[in-house]
Design a binder for this molecule. Structure first.
Ligand code: GTP
Ligand code: MG
Length: 557
């Protein structure tokens, strides 16, 4: 705590390294890894994919089914761990991780189907159901405990704000916000489970198919309940197309004029509807540049976007993940900026003329690349590109060069983490930096790490680091950009003005993040004066007004 308050970076890092519990922070600390500070994204992903390949998700009656389920499954295989969660309608599930993939296969072989039903075609998947029985005599009491820490539930807003009020500094508030809202281990496991479920279905239809999560589910900036972006790839490897092999599979050409992958994505959508338990509300958006199938996953409560072959999306996630790993302040700072943007209505769950979380994240990274008297906190993308070796060469779809250094252990220490600034100081500096930024003439480019000339007069220009000719904020209107400028100035002013904790609970992040209408309403309710109800009505009107303008609705708790 003292370390956070005083901004002493080394003690702060030590503190964080011991308290990091979220899945994405994979700084190695085994004695055998003393020289290896960072694991790579590929290693982290491989570990998650392997975990999913030896896990399944079982619907049960309640937490109390743990002993019975554990006893039953351990007759077939050895269990690594069991994680419990509830979906939004209160149904209970347990994710069981076995010791090996063969163990899971053994258990899957022992599963049955429901009683014969003429309308249902039997299928196998890693989502199963545990039949309740009356005879519980044989249930083994396991020598293990159920991992049930909050499951996948998002933290209650009132509880979160109470915790923020009780913090000792704004830096502690920022860290608390991150710790309480970041996607947890089970959230990540379940995202990889859904990817694995689809992969098993498509494996029987396409050779060498993979389904991978990307975006906020894996880039380290995901919060609990974030959407699941998935990419389906179907790569022909050198081994598969070995010219020395004389027997070659007959091909199936896609006929009928339209792009073959639009047709295949139609099949994928049909398959989701017919053969993937849990997939509901399947929506086809197939005429976009990148065809997407949207669906909801009932068992895991996830909104999913499945696209084809967008490998650059995975490399972009890798890049963001690496930046987040380099310094422990990057993710908490990005979380608070994303949350602030949501609160003031700069971002919106519907696509439109406003900024989204991805370009906002690039804005935070860009700010952290700025040189201070101590140096910068993050290196430019150019540095990562220059340090890349042969093993880092990646070419994505449409010949896109996605080459950059993957092993952060090879990055010279003086290129990052060169300031001891506290999270509080950084947040204020972030707002001040953009309050003074020359949006008219300059573009934000994490490639250079310094403002560059805008190549056109679009309102906001944020260079796509993997496709330099593209602006990731091309959709942002002049009006929305003006609002962005106004809101960063307001936030800078608000934080700079300081606070008096004795006088009000609304200090630091509480004032910055809690929606004004909700806050005033709470205050009025505390006062309990019926005459004041006129003002309460006004607050609702303010909400309606906001909604008309396309801004997010105030959540009244
Ligand atoms: P949330 O879903 O809002 O939590 O964040 P997200 O990072 O997952 O954003 P989103 O779902 O909008 O996009 C998923 C991923 O697609 C991002 O993380 C980027 O890697 C990539 N992406 C999003 N927008 C763009 C864009 O305009 N250009 C490019 N090249 N990639 C994008
Ligand atoms: Mg997303």
């Amino acid at each position: 705590q003292t370390a956070i308050n005083t901004g002493k970076l080394n003690s702060f890092r030590k503190l964080l390294n011991t308290s990091f519990k979220t899945c994405n922070c994979l700084c190695m600390r085994n004695s055998s890894d003393v020289n290896k500070r960072f694991v790579s994204f590929d290693e982290a992903v491989a570990q998650r994919r392997a975990e999913a390949r030896r896990s399944f998700v079982v619907q049960v009656n309640s937490e109390a089914s743990f002993n019975e389920l554990y006893g039953y499954c351990s007759k077939y295989a050895s269990i690594n761990g069991v994680h419990h969660y509830k979906n939004s309608v209160g149904e209970h599930f347990m994710l069981v991780e076995f010791a090996s993939e063969d163990n899971l296969k053994e258990v899957i072989r022992s599963c049955s189907v429901h009683q014969k039903d003429i309308d249902v075609m039997a299928l196998q998947s890693p989502f199963v159901w545990f039949r309740a029985v009356n005879d519980k005599k044989g249930a083994i009491v396991p020598n293990a405990t159920l991992s049930c820490i909050n499951g996948t539930e998002e933290v209650d807003e009132d509880v979160l704000f109470e915790q923020l009020i009780n913090c000792n500094s704004v830096s502690e508030q920022i860290q608390t916000l991150y710790d309480k809202t970041a996607l947890n281990d089970l959230g990540v496991r379940l995202r990889y489970m859904v990817a694995r479920q689809l992969e098993t279905v498509f494996e029987s239809m396409y050779a060498n198919v993979a389904v991978r999560p990307f975006g906020s589910s894996v880039n380290g900036f995901g919060k609990m309940g974030c959407d699941l972006d998935l990419v389906l790839t179907n790569v022909v490897t050198d081994e598969m197309s070995d010219p020395s092999k004389r027997l070659i599979f007959q091909e199936k050409k896609c006929e009928g004029g339209r792009s073959p992958w639009q047709r295949h994505m139609e099949l994928v959508a049909e398959t989701l509807e017919l053969r993937v338990p849990g997939a509901t509300r399947v929506h086809r958006i197939l005429h976009a540049r990148v065809p997407i199938v949207k669906f909801a996953h009932y068992f895991t409560d996830m909104e999913c976007d499945l696209c084809y072959n967008n490998v650059s999306g995975v490399y972009m996630s890798e890049l963001l993940w690496m930046y987040g790993t380099l310094d422990p302040r990057v993710r908490p700072l990005t979380f608070v900026v994303r949350r602030w943007a949501q609160t003031v209505g700069l971002t919106n769950i519907h696509p439109g003329r406003w900024i989204t979380n991805f370009p906002l994240t690039l804005m935070v990274l860009f700010f952290l690349q700025q040189k201070t008297k101590d140096g910068s906190i993050l290196p430019s993308f150019k540095t990562l590109f220059q340090k890349a070796g042969k093993e880092d060469i990646r070419i994505a779809e449409e010949n896109l060069n996605c080459t950059f250094l993957r092993d952060l252990n090879k990055l010279p220490a003086e290129t990052y983490g060169q300031s001891d600034a506290s999270l509080e100081a950084l947040l204020l500096q972030f707002f001040e930096f953009y309050a003074q930024f020359d949006f008219e003439d300059k573009a934000i480019s994490i490639i250079e790490g310094i403002p560059v000339r805008k190549p056109n007069n679009l309102a906001l220009y944020i260079v796509n680091p993997l496709e330099q000719a593209l602006n990731v904020s091309r959709n942002v209107s002049f009006e929305e950009c003006e609002r962005l400028k106004l809101e960063v100035r307001n936030a800078a002013w608000q934080l700079d003005a300081g606070y008096d904790r004795e006088k009000s609970d609304d200090w630091g992040l509480v004032a910055l993040l809690e929606k004004k209408a909700a806050r005033s309403l709470k205050r009025l309710l505390k006062v309990g004066n019926s005459q004041r109800l006129v003002s309460v009505k006004d607050l609702f009107n303010e909400d309606e007004e906001n909604e008309k303008n396309g801004k997010s609705k105030t959540k009244l708790t």
